[in-house]
Structure formats: C-alpha cells, structure tokens
Ligand binder design. Structure first.
Ligand code: MTE
Length: 327
C-alpha cells in the first residue's frame, strides 16, 4: 500500500477568494473585468495593493513592427535610468527607489473635458487590452535603447474623459512624495516638483503614443516609472514623464520641467532631430546601450534618424513647421 498523499490544492482554494478573483481579473486585462466590478471586487482593488512591481501581465501584440535593432537587456533597461525624484545619477533610480509604493494608485483626468475622472490604475488595466510595443528610445544625452513596453494607447485613456472640441494640448504631472523619493528631499534639488510634461493633442492621440504600465511583459519597476508613464518614441526620452498623477486637457501649451529649467537647451517639442544639435553637444549620433562598451560609456555609435526612425508615421504632424525653432 502506498502512503497517503494529500491532494494538490490549487492556489484558488488557498488564497482568500476575493484576492484571487482580483488577481485573475487584473491579469486577464479586460476579459471578464466588467463582471468583477459589478460584484464590488473593484472597490476592494482600490484599497488593497494587489499588484506589485515586476508582476506578469497578460498582453496582446501591438500594432507596430519591432525595430530592426536588438532589444536592450532587462538588466540594462532597469539599471541605467533618469528619474530625478530618486537622484540625478543613472544608478540612483535603481538604488534609491525601494521605498516608493506604486500600488494602489489613482490619477485624475480633467480640465477641458466633458467627464472628469479619477481612475484607479488597476481598474484601468482591466478596461483595455495591454499591448506589447517594442520601441526605440533615444535620450537627449545621445544614447539609445530598444525597449519592449507594455502599454495602452494614450488616446484610449484621454477619450474616457471626452475632451471638449476646444482642447488643444495635454498636460501631465508627476508625483510628489518626498518621504518615498529621496531626490525630492533636502537641499540641492535639481528641479521643482512635480515633474511636468505636455503634448499637443494630436501628438497625444497619435497611435504610437502610449501610457506604459510594464516592460518585458511585467509591471514597471519603480525606476522605470511605476505604475504608469508616458512613452512617445519619436521624441527625446525626457518627454516620457514617469509616475503620472494628473492628465489635464487645456487650450494652452503646457509647461515642461526641462524647458522651465533650461529653455535654451530643451524645448516643448523635443522631437528627435539629428540636424539640430543640443547647444552643448551634437545629436547626430547615439551610443547604443548594450552593444559594446560598458553601461556607463563607450561602445558602438550609430547615426541618429530623424524622428528616431518614426518619420513615416509622424512627419506629417509637423508639416510646415520650422523644426530648428520648434526644437
Ligand atoms: N519622469 C519623471 N517623473 N522624472 C524624471 O526625472 N526623467 C526623464 C523621463 N521621465 C524623468 C521622467 C528622462 S530625462 C528620461 S531620459 C526618461 O524618463 C528615462 O526613462 P527610463 O529611465 O525608463 O529609460
């Protein structure tokens, strides 16, 4: 006679049922979500931090082909970052973001809209399919990466609030939490908080523009802008505001943090343009992170492409504009 073996108990029977349902609902990302909210699971979700950093997400393939260059490793994408709320060095976001709590999280959409809303990020993840979008990213400091984002078209999110016909721009605000963000505490802070960004409404509505909620099929780590950040692949990386708390439709060009800090160096548009040098360095080439050299220097340089290679898709947005003045 063989010894008694206990039956295998599936996780669904061990985990308290409401948490299990939440998690399944979230990972299903839109499938079956409506039912969950109708039964009140959604309100639980808003109070309990059910998601965490680096958690697997269910995704569908995005609409754009992957760029021809190799993807930057997960290690490099998560260890070489700009996120001044955690400090100004590239290693600071990884090293100093451990206290930041990205879940639960709500953000506001308001301003010139019919239906201003406060949206819970976990609710958002159940309302839209999460798309895999592999984009080239080009930083103003002349380095680049290829990142497999998980995102939602920004247009889908904006449309939830029904913008008025008179709205022309979208303003974004980052988070202010000095207790969790050492770069926002003490003396010698590099900029004013919150971090601010803006897009023209047609740029925001462009199908390439996404709110990223993950990368490499997992929720964002703090250093990459958890739980939600902007990604506009034809613009320099500084437009990609992280940890967004507020999205405001407006008829005036919104301020952006780098332009406020140094207007002669950073404009509103920030389109990748090899022909317009940064006042202190050329923008004609870029260092490809992960292709030779160390993370912090050296390695292969390649020619930078107009609009970061997305010219066929976006050049028409700027027809007739002088891009040396609108930098
Ligand atoms: N968002 C916030 N809130 N704070 C920042 O300092 N830095 C920007 C942008 N978004 C920044 C931010 C800059 S300069 C860049 S290059 C990108 O984030 C870097 O994104 P990554 O670290 O995920 O590659």
């Amino acid at each position: 006679m063989s010894a008694y073996k206990p039956p295998h108990i599936p996780a669904s029977e061990i985990t308290p049922e409401h948490i299990y349902l939440n998690r399944r609902t979230l990972l299903a990302a839109g499938l079956a979500a409506g039912a969950a909210f109708a039964t009140g699971v959604g309100s639980d979700t808003a109070n309990a931090a059910t998601l965490s950093q680096g958690e697997a997400l269910k995704t569908v393939p995005g609409p754009f082909p992957a760029p021809k260059r190799a993807e930057t490793s997960y290690q490099d994408v998560t260890h070489y970052n700009n996120f001044y709320e955690f400090g100004v060095r590239k290693s600071d976001p990884f090293e100093n973001s451990g206290d930041f709590q990205p879940y639960p999280w709500t953000f506001e959409i308001g301003g010139m809209v019919q239906k201003p809303k406060t949206v819970d990020i976990e609710t958002l993840l159940t309302q839209f399919p999460l798309e895999d979008r592999i984009y080239r990213m080009r930083c103003v400091e002349a380095w680049s990466m290829v990142i497999p984002w998980v995102g939602i078209p920004l247009k889908s999110i904006i449309d939830m609030a029904e913008p008025l016909g008179s709205a022309k721009y979208v303003a974004f605000e980052g988070v202010v939490r000095p207790k969790e963000m050492p770069g926002q505490r003490g003396f010698g802070q590099p900029m004013q908080w919150p971090y601010l960004e803006g897009l023209r409404l047609d740029e925001a509505n462009h199908p390439l523009t996404i709110i990223a909620v993950g990368l490499y099929g997992k929720t964002l780590l703090n250093q990459n802008g958890a739980p939600m950040r902007l990604v506009v692949p034809w613009k320099y990386g500084f437009k990609g505001i992280k940890s967004i708390t507020k999205i405001t439709l407006t008829d005036k060009q919104p301020p952006n943090s780098w332009n406020l800090l140094q207007p002669s160096e950073y404009g509103f548009y920030a389109n990748v343009n090899p022909n317009v040098p940064h006042p202190r360095w050329s923008q004609a080439t870029e260092r490809v992170i992960g292709e030779g050299g160390g993370l912090f220097g050296g390695g292969q340089r390649i020619d930078t492409q107009m609009f970061n290679g997305y010219g066929d898709e976006v050049a028409s947005l700027y027809a007739g504009m002088d891009l040396t003045k609108n930098y």
